[in-house]
Design a binder for this molecule. Structure first.
Ligand code: XIL
Length: 319
């Protein structure tokens, strides 16, 4: 398995999707999952549209099932995600809210979900992808930001801490892995939160990478970025790592991919403020990549038959 046996403790795991809940492979899928990892996260099942599909109606069934599996196998769990602009129900997106009524909805959502899982979910992505990709990298214009105002994240984290004081609270985003204009904006955001005494514990770097983007300069820029966040007193987690390859993949691409996974875990293993390393799936049989980046695939560490790829050996070698 890839779980640490030496050095710093490490939560290492994968996002778990529909294959877990049934289907022809679910037995193999579960076996591999519990043998290889010590942490899991729901790929979709705890997102707003799934966990509160109707106002005040919460559906914890799938989350509970994965939590029971995790607990039975000595694994921890991350929660993903409470506040986001995607995978929200229509009632939320189309409601006519005021600042007060939407703050109440936000509080009710965060606190009902977190209290249900209180003490059993180690880390929560309280907020996901709230920084805009446009030139100024301001706050993304979501229903939350537009109706509540720029302090909505402060409130989200305060509500979260109140609901489960033992959970580590993360701000999670993509494209902010190296030092760049977007991570500068994330940095300003979380630094401001720290200065205002808002209870935030960490920053999640999604890490959905392309196989060609992780050269030495980029890796150094990621290391520098991790350093500045940890110097704010925050933890840094890799939350959704996958490294996609342009189709069709050749043997050489898998070797490069292995080296990329090796470098990523190396950036992490040496830092005590980096203790969670999650991939967005584990077998290329089940990955969001070919649907969302249609010219790419093969982003994970096991192949379509759940057999190890070179990336698996590379990762394992660092643990
Ligand atoms: C993705 C899931 O993997 C897909 O199944 C779903 O259709 C869309 O969302 N960043 C995130 C994740 O924070 O929640 C996304 O997950 C991938 C990008």
């Amino acid at each position: 398995d890839v779980v640490s046996r030496k050095g710093l403790p490490l939560n290492i795991g994968a996002a778990v999707g529909t294959a877990f809940y049934g289907g022809p492979d679910s037995q193999t899928y579960r076996e591999v999952l519990k043998r290889q990892f010590n942490m899991v996260v729901c790929e979709n099942e705890m997102k707003f549209e799934n966990i509160q599909p109707l106002p005040g109606y919460f559906d914890f069934e799938k989350g509970d099932a994965l939590l029971a599996f995790a607990a039975a196998n000595g694994m921890k769990m991350r929660g993903h995600t409470l506040i986001w602009h995607q995978q929200n129900p229509l009632w939320l997106m189309q409601g006519s809210w005021t600042r007060e009524t939407l703050l109440a909805v936000m509080r009710e959502h965060i606190q009902t979900v977190m209290r249900h899982y209180r003490g059993r979910i180690a880390e929560w992505d309280v907020a996901n992808e709230c920084i805009d990709d446009g030139p100024g990298h301001g706050l993304r214009k979501t229903v939350w930001a537009e109706v509540i105002g720029p302090d909505y994240l402060d409130w989200a984290f305060r509500y979260a801490r109140e609901a489960d004081p033992d959970a580590l609270l993360f701000y999670n985003d993509y494209g902010a892995e190296p030092e760049n204009a977007k991570s500068d904006a994330v940095y300003r955001l979380v630094k401001g939160m720290k200065q205002r005494g808002v209870p935030i514990d960490g920053v999640g770097l999604q890490c959905h990478f392309h196989n060609d983007e992780l050269g030495p300069a980029q890796l150094a820029a990621i290391a520098g970025n991790i350093k500045r966040f940890t110097e704010l007193g925050l933890k840094v987690a890799v939350t959704e790592l996958d490294i996609r390859i342009r189709k069709p993949a050749a043997a050489r691409d898998y070797a490069v991919q292995a080296e990329n996974y090796r470098q990523m875990i190396r950036l992490f293993r040496s830092n005590p403020d980096c203790s969670t390393f999650m991939m967005w799936g584990f077998s290329d049989r089940y990955s969001w990549i070919p649907q969302f980046f249609t010219d790419c695939d093969d982003a994970l560490i096991l192949d379509r038959n759940f057999e190890p790829k070179p990336a698996y050996a590379a990762l394992r070698g660092e643990l």
